[in-house]
Ligand binder design. Structure first.
Ligand code: 13P
Length: 248
């Protein structure tokens, strides 16, 4: 069964880093098992630099966000889904908790999902509860709200494009903490059941938050995750490729 390994570089990187990543990827790609599909979302500036190398290696190229506006226009600082498609981007991450914290609303996120799908991009929709919400027993309500709302704009006819759902508990991002196996299993099963009621049975489910080459096997062996969304450990190609190699 396919396992998806997506990297989100966030606002890290440089020309030197990108070059090192490409060289390393070219050497290592052949050692990655064929059931492991990889993708990288660098800062937008490095998308054109990486495009050719990644495409040749069969590694998907992603964007960390896109504009909600379907048409071009006077929107300073924004990049449209159509422009990303033009740059041969394969997928876009939408609704990351860091963007939600910066003010992105559920309505905006739903609009972005719709716009990206209409531009024939694959979408990784991120959802997840904060620590306070977890402690208050609100996890399932938050996930229900974020998933239902996030996908409400996505009633677009899917051709080749695909939606992925990434469960990323906010308290696990960048903290070195991951949920207990039973809790993670239960939460992913909850997301799966909800997706089924929304007629999205074929949506691959990803887990994100402090994934490392050391815990990846554990995550896949004990849960039904179809893949992972990796932050810090995707930056150094040594870690990212080790992580992919460690995929059961
Ligand atoms: P870390 O892997 O650094 O915890 O980040 C996860 C994440 O935010 C991926 O989108």
């Amino acid at each position: 069964m396919i396992k998806w390994i997506f990297g989100n570089w966030k606002m890290f990187g440089s020309n030197r880093h990108v070059q090192h990543f490409s060289h390393f990827a070219a050497k290592e790609r052949a050692h990655i098992p064929s059931h492991v599909h990889m993708g990288i979302a660098p800062p937008a500036l490095y998308i054109p630099t990486l495009q050719n190398d990644l495409q040749q290696l069969g590694i998907l190229l992603g964007s960390q966000n896109c504009s909600a506006h379907p048409e071009e226009g006077s929107f300073t600082g924004q990049i449209s889904a159509q422009m990303l498609k033009d740059a041969q981007v394969d997928f876009v991450i939408i609704g990351h908790s860091e963007c939600r914290t910066a003010g992105e609303t559920e309505n905006l996120i739903a609009q972005k999902v719709k716009t990206a799908l209409e531009a024939q991009l694959n979408v990784i929709l991120c959802v997840g509860e904060t620590l306070d919400q977890l402690i208050a027993g609100q996890r399932d309500d938050i996930l229900t709200h974020q998933i239902t709302k996030g996908l409400s704009g996505g009633k677009v006819h899917l051709k080749d494009q695909q939606i992925f759902l990434a469960y990323e508990p906010v308290w696990a991002i960048g903290t070195g903490r991951i949920p207990e196996v039973d809790a993670l299993k239960e939460t992913l099963a909850f997301c799966r059941a909800l997706l089924n009621t929304l007629n999205r049975n074929d949506t691959p489910l990803l887990y994100g938050g402090s994934v490392t080459p050391d815990n990846i096997r554990h995550i896949f062996e004990y849960t039904h995750a179809d893949g992972v969304l990796v932050g810090k450990a995707s930056l150094q190609p040594e870690d990212f490729f080790q992580l992919a190699r460690n995929c059961p």
